[in-house]
Design a protein around this ligand. Sequence first.
Ligand code: COA
Ligand code: ZN
Length: 309
Amino acid sequence: MRSWENPVVTCDIREVGPRDGLQNEPPVPVADRVRLIDALAAAGVRHIEAASFVHPAAIPAMAGAEETLASITRRPGVRYTALVPNRKGAERALAAGADELEAVVSASATHNLKNLKRTPAETLQQIAGIIELAHAAGRPVDAGVATCFGCPYEGDIAPAAVAAYARRLVDLGADSLFFGDTTGMGSPRRVGLLLDALEAEGIDLGIVGLHLHDTRGTGLANAYAALERGITRFDASIGGLGGCPYAPGASGNVATEDLVHMVEDLGIPTGISLDGLIAAAHLAEEIVGRRLPGQVMRSGPRTQLVPAG
Ligand code: COA
Ligand code: ZN
């Protein structure tokens, strides 16, 4: 069933701008990161990737993760999550009060080595440890596969290879899965092929989310293709902030406000205020000091009227 034909469906949009977005910008002060997270929560976003507990030398823009989590104004009902690369990151994130952890392995071995300095097999071992630590603390792990639709170093990645990683992650105890189009090489057709491969591998599509980048202008089309297959969990970044420092040519995620605008028009509630998001997108622009690619933040909602005369 298409997502919008199911009256009980809502969309779970995880805001990743404060992590995936800001990690790719010259470092901004923790206070600004906190302001952005609080503005997103005030707009009704209930799932926010607030920080990553990586080595600060690897990603200087993510230094101060503990301080970030300690400084946000926690709103009831909002999950503040963190990306972790290894056990050490998981220990730090759990101690800092992250509600959920994200861990990722790249389907491209070359990207995994550049990003995490580990082979995919070594990273899977780390993820096993991350899951063990998180579960012992009573918190879930959303495990992801990056470079799902291709890699700038290795080219196309076979959907069956991505599905094999998904199977490993489920077997390791991951609570949910996300699939990252790290460098925007996906297309609606390829989204369909990946979901077919996941189904063939016996993966329940109910636990699947997509992490889309709009590098080649296909971000929203990819989300729509996934919605047609019943997927309702998406990552997005405010204003389209983002990229990946270890993937040449990577650009921002699908803009949260553009995605919410499209999804709500399909009749799927997100619980998020579009006006609040647009305000947060302008705040994000102010913080990074450059124009962001989001479109609805400029044009306004489609029903916005202008004086005729
Ligand atoms: N947080 C803080 N420090 C960490 C850490 C973490 N998550 N993981 C390792 N370290 C420290 C170790 O304690 C060790 O410190 P020491 O020298 O004082 O003993 C040092 O870093 C080296 O540890 P090692 O395990 O050898 O790390 P590494 O140099 O192989 O780096 C990663 C591996 C994964 C930690 C590093 O590459 C990283 O943080 N990458 C993040 C990549 C990322 O987030 N990309 C963006 C996603 S697209
Ligand atoms: Zn990303």
